[in-house]
Design a protein around this ligand. Sequence first.
Ligand SMILES: Cc1cc2nc3c(=O)[nH]c(=O)nc-3n(C[C@H](O)[C@H](O)[C@H](O)COP(=O)(O)OP(=O)(O)OC[C@H]3O[C@@H](n4cnc5c(N)ncnc54)[C@H](O)[C@@H]3O)c2cc1C
Length: 401
Amino acid sequence: MPAYDVLVIGAGIIGLSTAFQLAKRKKKVLVLDRGDVGSGTSGACDHMILLQSKLPGLPLQMAMLSLEMYQAWQRDLGENLWFETRGGMILVDKPQHLSFMERFVEEQRSIGLNVTMLSREQIRKKQPFVSERVLASTYCPDDSQIDPFSVLKALLKAGTTLGMELKKFSRVVALERKSNHWLVKIQDGTTYEADVVVCAAGVWSREVCRMVGLDVPIKPKRGQILVTEPIESVGETDVWDSDYIIAKHMSHLQEDETAKKLGLGFAMSKTHSGNYLIGSTREYVGFDRSTSFEALVAITKRLIELFPIFKNVRIIRTFAGLRPACEDGKYVIGEDPENPGFFVATGHEGDGIALAPITGALLVQMICGEKPSLPIQELSPARFRDFKKEEKPSFQRGRSS
Ligand SMILES: Cc1cc2nc3c(=O)[nH]c(=O)nc-3n(C[C@H](O)[C@H](O)[C@H](O)COP(=O)(O)OP(=O)(O)OC[C@H]3O[C@@H](n4cnc5c(N)ncnc54)[C@H](O)[C@@H]3O)c2cc1C
């Protein structure tokens, strides 16, 4: 009999959320990571449980459920996750984006999100330092944030207390199905046995899935961030611009050449320690995690355009992370139909922090043989089995570039 019920590949936020929730269901769980906890994207990102950026439908539904789960985790995990509901605004300073954003808000409202359009007076009340160029803004009072490092730490601690094991610096190099369980080999030759394997390997998921003959077209999408010195709040909420929504969901509509090349969309949020995180880009540059002068200048220029008060604020650090983006723009959650007991949880792009709790919950339901509480068939990796029979995956066909 295998030593473990479930072996999770990846100690990022998706892997640890899944492992913790499995341990709660009394499963014997081993987590393997090629590096340290949070050494992938979950340690190089923003911190938002942003509802407003989600497409109306399954992504928004998942985010709303995840928000409730984070509230429970903040209560129950016994650690400060720095959960805070500051609300969010998406600023519009380009007249041609106005009707599009109004429609986006209407659609989200129709499926129950508490989001509205603000008058100019209301905007200035919430953001007294915003530039006069801003014409309109959305407002969602429920947009929230956590601290990803604190969440990782809390999940690890709570999972370990329940018997979950973690082996760091253990890179999975081969997966083999033997009778009715899995053999998982790491770089030093050690082999682990488990009934079920979960691939939560972020941007490396394609490499891991190929070990079982499944081609999941995940590609890294770089995002660059500037970190300011700690300062007093400049406004009541966290802030994005309408280009952020365009860069995320329909990049072909970006007008400006530099913005298009960099996938530029403005994001500004305040951390619990008073530093502001300012971003960001959406770039396909392989696994390159460096920052670029061109992007940092473009982000800063946009910051000063929207919030001139920041010209006297010091930038103390910059970093870049890689979003795990699936070619068809959807998350990948479910069991590989050609490999019973091999589950995939990846492709969360810029939503993995927000969606970690619900992703783990859905996987646990499937692994325990229950019906998932949301209709997530469209997210199944089965779509790449069918897809492969028709044609080879090509990133050029993706919705964003
Ligand atoms: C700039 C930026 C801003 C973002 N802002 C937000 C935000 O505000 N809100 C939000 O919801 N999301 C945000 N995201 C997205 C979010 O960070 C990701 O979706 C999420 O972190 C992905 O988590 P993961 O667990 O899938 O991947 P990771 O955190 O990368 O974890 C995967 C793990 O798998 C391990 N691994 C890989 N291959 C192997 C192997 N062969 N063997 C063993 N281990 C392996 C890696 O070492 C890694 O630790 C942002 C991302 C970026 C880049």
